[in-house]
Design a protein around this ligand. Structure first.
Ligand code: 13P
Length: 254
């Protein structure tokens, strides 16, 4: 069996100033110091908090992630941020194609593809988010929607490009709603995605790749989700904001 190290990732979205984020990172570092190395932890604060958070993470194994990046290296792109700026701030991960960006900021599979390319070229680890809406699920389109997001988002990528990739399955209807996909629903989708990835690239790659679940993950459901064979971690919004609660997710085995 390939070993896929579980990844518990916190997406802090547009919450916390730099000062607040630094305090939360300090608390989280202390609370997760005993988590051991069979689980990886990542937090993704807002851009303005990255450097302050990075300073707090010194000496800890918690990885730093950003919530987006632009595909160009530099230039006249007001309000955007480039890969090397994220790396300079201490990031190793970057979340790409979150449904909130798709829904509110015009993100498409094509821009997701370009951002992922930029992340790969820079040596960042992209966390590529895909997910179906409630209407699409009710219409029985879950797999076709996800397949399209996956295929378009990763079009023209070769195996060598994908070694650092992480996929996050985040059903839109489960984000911030309190409605979690059941562990069976998550498992069914993750197994399907792994099969797709194997057919698009190869089985060995698909078996190594981590697929996270996101959408109302909390201490009461994390263990059940993580017990599923194809769920390799969680991308957590609301429950990642409080260090004590997020630490419980990191300690999901306890
Ligand atoms: P919630 O955990 O708040 O549902 O958010 C999930 C998410 O969007 C993580 O990226």
């Amino acid at each position: 069996m390939p070993s896929r190290k579980p990844l518990i990732a916190g997406n802090w979205k547009m919450h916390k100033t730099g000062t607040e984020a630094a305090l939360a990172a300090r608390q989280l570092t202390a609370l997760t110091a005993d988590a051991g190395d069979d689980v990886e932890v990542m937090i993704a604060p807002t851009f303005t908090a990255l450097s302050q958070v990075k300073a707090e993470l010194a000496g800890s194994t918690i990885e730093l992630g950003a919530q987006n990046l632009h595909w160009e290296e530099k230039g006249a792109f007001t309000g955007e941020i480039a890969a090397d700026m994220l790396i300079d701030a201490g990031c190793t991960y970057v979340i790409i194609g979150h449904s909130e960006r798709r829904q509110f900021f015009g993100e498409t599979d094509q821009t997701v593809n370009k951002r992922t390319r930029a992340a790969v070229n820079a040596g960042l680890r992209p966390v590529l988010c895909i997910g179906e809406s409630e209407v699409e699920r009710d219409a029985g389109q879950t797999f076709s929607v996800l397949d399209k997001q996956l295929q378009n988002g990763l079009e023209s990528f070769v195996l060598q490009d994908l070694q650092r990739l992480v996929i996050a399955y985040e059903p839109v209807w489960a984000i911030g709603t309190g409605k979690t996909a059941t562990s069976e629903q998550a498992q069914q989708v993750h197994a399907h995605l792994r099969k797709q990835l194997a057919s698009l690239w190869d089985d060995e790659f698909a078996q190594q790749l981590r697929i996270l679940y996101g959408g109302s993950v909390k201490p009461s459901n994390v263990a059940e989700l993580m017990a599923m064979p194809d769920v390799d971690g969680a991308l957590v919004g609301g429950a990642s904001l409080d260090p004590e609660t997020f630490s419980q997710l990191v300690h999901y085995k306890k």
